[in-house]
Write a protein that binds this ligand. Structure first.
Ligand code: FAD
Length: 295
């Protein structure tokens, strides 16, 4: 079985570029390795956490005590018939989107610019510009708690806004099959590039971040509330509310996770006091025990 790396510095793997060490980290390169690792950890009754590109996860500054399994080396893609493509969990969602556009397969244009893996996109039902992962997912291959590998239909995945059945942690996502439609390749590529340009124009992509910090509260936009509260550019340590897009907290200069969390808590408190609206973190906050916690 693939050996873990002990005391692995994780900061550079995380999209926010914050966080400390993992006591034990695995980087499987294919489905077989991933399944072996999970089964072995389970047989020892060990807790673990499976992560993709960490573009929606904030790592703790302190050492993570549970094994981390990172899927980003699982990069196999197979166009299974004319319009269906199967991608392993670690495949870059944005790269998959552009590659499919270049082949003249349409449906993933919205995903060009979402900086996570296929596994993370399935888990989060990632979406943008009117498209969502669920619109194009045909089925998802998973490892169940009992060690069996099964395929779930899109309906069985219970997708909703940034949510799926996978939030109950019953499954490890091994890969997903997407159903696309044939279209002119240039048209697909141009549409994807237009959406990417919108991101470049609006989002602070020049700084590390985890994307939108807070979920959209009903009836409001988190970014607009933050601007109205005068918090654009507000900093705690090296973390800052982006000047370019107030919906993003960025790592402006050597921020720690503690800086990011303090800033998020300050924003939430301010907006609650001013607007009586409770902002909920969209970024998932990982504890040293491998559990996600609330802000
Ligand atoms: C600049 C920027 C822009 C962004 N724009 C968007 C956007 O437009 N739309 C959008 O929806 N999101 C956006 N995001 C957020 C993020 O990219 C998505 O949520 C993405 O889908 C997360 O994928 P990931 O591989 O990074 O997952 P991670 O952040 O590593 O993990 C997210 C969750 O998925 C779980 N997970 C990951 N892989 C697996 C697996 N194989 N099996 C089981 N569980 C797994 C993790 O445990 C965790 O709970 C943006 C982020 C950034 C930094």
């Amino acid at each position: 079985m693939l050996a873990p790396i002990l005391d692995k510095e994780m900061k550079n793997y995380s999209s926010m570029k914050t966080g400390g060490m993992a006591k034990c980290a695995y980087f499987p390169e294919n489905e077989t390795e991933l399944c072996e690792i999970i089964k072995s950890l389970k047989s020892e009754n060990k807790k673990y956490i499976v992560l993709g590109n960490m573009s929606n996860v904030l790592l703790p500054d302190e050492k993570i005590e549970v094994p981390i399994v990172v899927t980003t080396e699982m990069k196999s893609v197979k166009v299974s018939d004319e319009t269906a493509v199967y991608a392993e969990a670690g495949v870059s969602f944005t790269k998959l989107a552009l590659d499919m556009c270049k082949r003249g397969l349409s449906g993933l244009e919205f995903a060009y610019g979402i900086p996570g893996t296929v596994g993370g996109a399935v888990y989060m039902n990632a979406g943008a510009y009117g498209g969502e992962a669920k619109d194009v997912i045909k089925n998802v291959r998973v490892l169940k708690k009992d060690g069996s590998v099964v395929t779930l239909s899109s309906e069985e995945c219970e997708f909703s806004y940034r949510k799926s059945i996978f939030h109950n942690d019953e499954y490890v996502i091994l890969g997903a099959e997407f159903e696309l439609v044939k279209k002119d390749a240039d048209e697909c590529v141009n549409a994807a590039r237009e959406l990417m340009q919108k991101r470049v124009d609006k989002q602070p992509l020049e700084y590390p971040s985890c994307g939108s910090t807070f979920k959209r509260p009903e009836g409001y936009f988190a970014g607009a509330l933050i601007v109205e509260a005068g918090l654009k550019g507000y900093s705690v340590g090296g973390a800052q509310v982006s000047q370019k897009h107030a919906g993003f907290v960025i790592n402006r200069e050597n921020a720690t996770t503690a800086d990011v969390l303090s800033l998020m808590r300050h924003i939430r408190k301010t907006i609650f006091e001013k607007n009586n609206v409770t902002l909920e973190a969209e970024i998932k906050l990982l504890g040293t025990d491998g559990e996600f916690f609330l802000l």
